[in-house]
Design a protein around this ligand. Structure first.
Ligand code: HEC
Length: 137
């Protein structure tokens, strides 16, 4: 019986990996897809970016968790800067995870696809805030 269990355990362990492929990438051109796939491969551990099918680590308590790029529109130059320098500060994010054409492709992908949820962010709409609960839902 013990022998039988081993291959099953391996198969189960491999499942999450199998679902981490590129099938979640939702971009329109093959050019964009290159950047999306690179992002999914190299940046997914720390950054959420839906068009690349990534969800970050899903754990905000990890210090390495990077900004959610759905909620942050990052232009090409800034993305390239972040890739080369390791984020804005170089403190947490590794530098040069991707380089050359790959870095360029990822930066262009971010430029085009980041910030899609910026307008959906809840904004504090009123100041002073009394205690009135509007009932909700
Ligand atoms: C080990 C975790 C980690 C990985 C891997 C990682 N990042 Fe980051 N990233 C961070 C953190 C943390 C920050 C915010 C701190 C900072 O900017 O110094 C950040 C910041 C950024 C920013 C700046 C966001 C802004 O608001 O301006 C961009 C763009 C970025 N990362 C892109 C990438 C790309 C592209 C990759 C893959 C090539 C990547 N990151 C891989 C952790 C990571």
């Amino acid at each position: 019986m013990r022998r039988l269990l081993v291959p099953i355990a391996i198969a189960v362990a491999a499942l999450p990996l199998a679902s981490c492929g590129t099938e979640d990438v939702s971009v329109t051109s093959p050019d964009d897809e290159a950047g999306a796939v690179l992002f999914a491969d190299h940046c997914a551990g720390c950054h959420t970016l839906t068009p690349a099918g990534t969800q970050g680590s899903g754990n905000r308590s990890l210090r390495v968790q990077g900004p959610n790029l759905d909620q942050r529109a990052v232009p090409y130059e800034d993305a390239l800067f972040a890739i080369r320098n390791g984020g804005a500060s170089g403190a947490v994010m590794p530098q040069n995870i991707v380089v050359g054409d790959d870095a360029d492709a990822v930066a262009r992908f971010i430029d085009e696809y980041s910030g899609t949820e910026v307008e959906d962010l809840p904004q504090p709409s009123s100041q002073g805030g009394g205690g009135s609960t509007a009932g909700g839902s």
